[in-house]
Design a protein around this ligand. Structure first.
Ligand code: MN
Length: 484
């Protein structure tokens, strides 16, 4: 069993590291001896599977060691001191970060869940690898969820769908996000899952034909320009299709087979050149073009998106990106830990860590804003909002970019600029037009907040505000001014 993992990591780690991993494995085997999973398998198989999920992403040695040991503090007699002594502070902090709070009785399951998340998120702000290990752990638990009792399955799937999958998305690890979603979808809505799966397979043939036709046509259109370009089909998630049905209130048969294509080229200039070729040849659907290259998503996702109509009205969703962007889209934040050929020099490691660290500012802010909140469940609600919604970019009159979740209003914008401006906002000037505070903003809007000295938050503002930040400031205002 160990050989498989050693083979995985041997592909990218030096020999010494393989023996360090072996040591962690031996300690974990001894600690979990006699324990079995719900499937009847020995417990160590789970630790091994988690380590291999991470090795497949080429994570560093401390992460792999911590993955093998991730359950020893929670489930065995191994102590904090033992880990410190045998593996040092880095691995110990990682294992501690994924360990639930023990020896404390919470009033109910929800509060316990929220407090455990808060503990883990605090550890994540210090070292993002904590959530990476937790995600790999959850992924394996979801893959083997069939062995749990039905009620427990639903509970775990729900948390995976509404918290872990969005978190994976926020970190840009799309492959984990879609697997978590599809596995949870199968547990939470088994009938719908089977229906979507069956229909998807049934249409396989016609979809394949459309796909091939598109690939050939695009290949032919690009050829005269000699732009390097790899054309591939994009995998679709079943949960994504189901969500689309719900959003558009449509039956499965009414959902058009969208062809998802991806064009990968060498440079940014060639991405725009390819876009030009595509738009020259086919009509884009109005409003479908989005430039995530010049304005990347908060999780560092970059691509050009466009949707065009081809012959016979077959619609294709096309993403255009460079090789480098593609790697980032596949691995997200994890791309930073992947061992590069020939090793990584120290300065690269340092600047990489700093960059990753900046990417977690939203989480620090979220925890800070939720600090004075008495109800721990508010934290989970805020986390869901923060992770689930797409980001929009709105400009101040001076050209400063304010990032907000899609659906945010002028109230959210006002609080994002400054809490004083939030507390006294009265209206908004959006692209030169006067708008009420509940006006929903979209990317590219230029927004000026109009304040009045005697303006102050009202109860309605809570209905208009989407962001955790605005909502907690409004509540704070009520508390401080004796309203409830
Ligand atoms: Mn585990």
């Amino acid at each position: 069993m160990l050989t498989a993992l050693i083979d995985d990591i041997h592909a990218y780690l030096p020999d010494e590291d393989c023996s360090l991993v072996t040591k962690a494995y031996n300690v974990s085997v001894a600690a979990h001896a006699g324990q079995r999973r719900a499937s009847g398998e020995e417990y160590i198989t789970h630790c091994m599977a988690v380590a291999r999920i991470l090795a497949a992403m080429r994570f560093d040695t401390p992460t792999i060691k911590a993955a093998l040991l991730h359950d020893v503090l929670e489930d065995t007699s191994v102590t904090h001191e033992d880990l410190q002594r045998e593996f040092g502070p880095e691995v110990t902090a990682l294992v501690d970060g994924v360990t639930k709070i023990s020896g404390y009785h919470f009033e109910n399951h929800e509060v316990a869940q929220a407090e455990n998340w808060r503990k883990m998120l605090l550890a994540v702000t210090k070292d993002v690898r904590v959530i990476i290990i937790k995600l790999a752990d959850r992924l394996h638990n979801m893959r083997t969820i069939a062995y749990l009792p039905a009620a427990k399955q639903a509970e775990v799937a729900e948390e995976s769908l509404y918290l872990y999958a969005p978190f994976a998305q926020r970190l840009g690890i799309y492959r984990w996000k879609s697997e978590l979603e599809d596995l949870s979808f199968a547990v939470l809505h088994p009938d719908e899952f089977r229906a979507v799966q069956a229909a998807w397979e049934q249409r396989e043939e016609s979809r394949g034909q459309h796909l091939q036709a598109w690939q050939e046509q695009i290949g032919a259109a690009v050829l005269p320009y000699a732009i390097p370009c790899k054309i591939s089909a994009r995998p679709k998630s079943l949960y994504g299709i189901y969500k689309k049905m719900e959003r558009q209130h449509k039956q499965l048969s009414e959902i058009q087979d969208l062809i998802g294509l991806r064009l990968v080229t060498d440079t940014v200039a060639n991405c725009y050149a390819l876009l030009g070729v595509v738009h020259d040849q086919w009509t884009p659907i109005a409003g479908s073009f989005t430039d995530y290259i010049s304005v990347p998503k908060a999780n560092m996702y970059q691509s050009l998106h466009t949707t065009v109509i081809g012959q016979n009205g077959v619609v294709a969703e096309i993403q255009i990106r460079t090789e480098e962007m593609h790697r980032r889209c596949e691995y997200g934040i994890a791309a930073h830990w992947r061992y590069k050929e020939g090793g990584v020099c120290r300065t690269t490691v340092r600047s990489t860590l700093r960059e990753v660290d900046n990417r977690l500012d939203w989480l620090r802010q979220l925890l800070e804003w939720q600090n004075d909140n008495k109800d721990p469940r508010e934290l989970l609600a805020a986390l869901k909002t923060e992770c689930t919604f797409d980001q929009i970019f709105v400009f101040t009159p001076k050209g400063k970019v304010i990032t907000l979740p899609a659906g945010a209003t002028a109230v959210d914008f006002a609080y994002a600029v400054h809490s004083d401006i939030g507390d006294h906002c009265f209206g908004a000037m959006v692209n030169g037009k006067l708008q009420p505070l509940q006006h929903q903003l979209v990317s590219g809007d230029i927004c000026t907040i109009i304040t009045r000295k005697n303006a102050r938050p009202t109860k309605h503002w809570l209905e208009h505000a989407l962001t955790a930040h605005a909502r907690s400031r409004i509540r704070k205002y009520f508390r401080e001014h004796g309203e409830h």
